[in-house]
Design a protein around this ligand. Structure first.
Ligand code: NAD
Length: 456
């Protein structure tokens, strides 16, 4: 089945229909309408998958996807225009330009944590750029994957866009095919598998991967606001956010105040009985739930720490001073568990931060511009924020992605269009003049050639 789908998309791309900007726009508008019509059903599916609160489903999934769609529909015509560059004198007479063109068939593989947005958002850019696409959503967010499949089936013919549901086996079958572009969001471990498969065909990739994101709170930070913003970024989506702060490095002198304010913020957000809150999601998979439970064994819990097996509920949890080699400090936590490590001197930060390669996100809370700059300049990370968490994702002009172990490439807004376009360079020469100097037999002395520097 996979082979037939791929062949059908090859044939469809060859018809050149997707090169027509009005064709792309027409389908993006259809997709927009269908998402608007199905928005409540999408939220229901997200709730069925991991009790994602409706507000969060709207704010972090459907409305972000609709904003991307709106922006693409408005700008697709200008993005698709060839971009003129000034002609080089050696080519005179000539017009020269960069022309974006679609790659062809695109494979998009997405994860379960923001299962709607992370499938649809790259798709929008892929289609805006004129590609065809096969989408493989996560097998762990079954309800959302199902509704994505229904929406796509209703809007697109399968030779243009189709959804293939399934797990690792299906994903492997898809990766064995030849693609002109692969866009993968998920773990660094699986990202490496995707990269290897892509290398077989020299297929370009975007890899949106994971990292262990530090959040540094220095003694000059506004602690109550820092606590509120950290708690928001950490516990939205029950901590299952790739750019959530993973661990806090807090100056010893403000640690108690930060802990008190974190507890206060969490209680304000979710009430005394956090499990009963309608505003707090559950862990999406049994495997991740079990991992979180194991991770917490033997740790000193300052707040939270409750697990309810039959509901995959993990309370917003604060952990005090874990050992550097503990399970909690080994890899990405990916759940509502937040460890705090204190420091007394700035020099203590580097050995901890540098233990984890290239975080996807980096956060600093401080009133000192010098301190903010020192940290922002020193470390290589995907993206970040000063005096807030997560919010850098919301600006479509900021490319979103990782670096090194946390990924390759960045997207959102026009960046997604550019990422799914090959930019071909074209020089159109005039025919009324043809300077003979470049042709053999060469008549210019090598001394003069060095002075001219470049002849063509
Ligand atoms: P995952 O890597 O396990 O799975 C992602 C996708 O890959 C799924 O569709 C899955 O079916 C497929 N897959 C899994 N194993 C595979 C294999 N061996 N071969 C081929 N395909 C395979 O990730 P996940 O658990 O679904 O998502 C959570 C991870 O994703 C976290 O590490 C998180 O940090 C990361 N993430 C990153 C971003 C980002 O934008 N950088 C966003 C969300 C999540």
């Amino acid at each position: 089945m996979v082979k037939q789908l791929v062949a059908a998309q090859n044939d469809f791309f060859a018809t050149q229909k997707t090169k027509d900007v009005s064709f792309r726009k027409q389908y993006l508008k259809k997709l927009q309408q269908e998402i608007i019509d199905q928005e409540d059903a999408i939220c229901d599916a997200l709730y069925a998958d991991f009790k994602k609160p409706k507000f969060e489903s709207l704010a972090t999934e459907t409305q972000l996807a609709l904003a991307e769609l709106n922006y693409a529909i408005k700008n697709i015509a200008s993005w698709s225009e060839p971009e003129k560059v000034s002609g080089s004198w050696s080519n005179f007479p000539s017009k020269e330009w960069i022309q974006p063109e679609p790659y062809g068939k695109v494979l998009i593989i997405s994860p379960w944590n923001y299962p709607f947005l992370l499938a649809i958002s790259p798709l929008i850019g892929a289609l805006a750029a004129g590609n065809t696409a096969i989408l493989k959503p996560s097998e762990f967010s079954v309800h959302t994957s199902k509704i994505i499949s229904q929406i796509i089936r209703k809007v697109f013919p399968p030779e243009y866009v189709t959804v293939v549901e399934g797990g690792v086996e299906v994903s492997s079958q898809l990766l064995a095919q030849k693609w002109e572009y692969i866009f993968f969001t998920g773990s660094t471990k699986v990202g490496k598998i995707v990269y290897k498969s892509a290398a077989e065909h020299l297929t370009p990739v975007t890899l949106e991967l994971s990292g262990k994101n530090p959040c540094v709170v220095d003694k000059t930070a506004t602690i109550s606001l820092a606590a509120k913003r950290i708690a928001w970024g950490k516990f939205i989506n029950a901590g299952q956010t790739c750019i959530a702060p993973d661990y806090i490095l807090v100056h010893q002198s403000v640690k108690d105040a930060l802990v008190d304010n974190l507890k206060k913020s969490i209680t304000e957000f979710y009430g005394e009985d956090m499990e009963a809150s309608n505003d707090f999601a559950r862990i999406a998979t049994g495997k991740h739930y079990d991992e979180l439970k194991t991770m917490l064994k033997g740790e000193k819990v300052l707040f939270g720490g409750k697990f309810t097996d039959n509901d995959r509920y993990v309370a917003p949890t604060l952990v005090d001073e874990p050992e550097r080699d503990s399970a909690i400090m080994e890899g990405e936590i990916f759940g509502p568990v937040l460890p705090l490590i204190s420091y007394t001197d700035e020099s203590e930060l580097h050995p901890i931060i540098s233990k984890y390669p290239n975080p996807l996100a980096f956060y600093v809370f401080s009133s000192s511009k010098k301190f903010q700059k020192r940290l922002m300049d020193r470390y290589s990370f995907g993206g970040g924020a000063i005096n807030d968490t997560v919010v850098h994702i919301s600006n479509k002009d900021l490319p979103f992605g990782g670096v090194g172990q946390s990924g390759i490439g960045g997207y959102h807004g026009k960046h997604t269009f550019d990422l799914f376009s090959h930019h071909k360079s074209i020089a159109k020469r005039g025919t009324w003049l043809d300077v003979p100097l470049r042709y053999a037999p060469y008549t210019i002395s090598t001394g003069l050639m060095k002075k001219i520097k470049h002849l063509f």
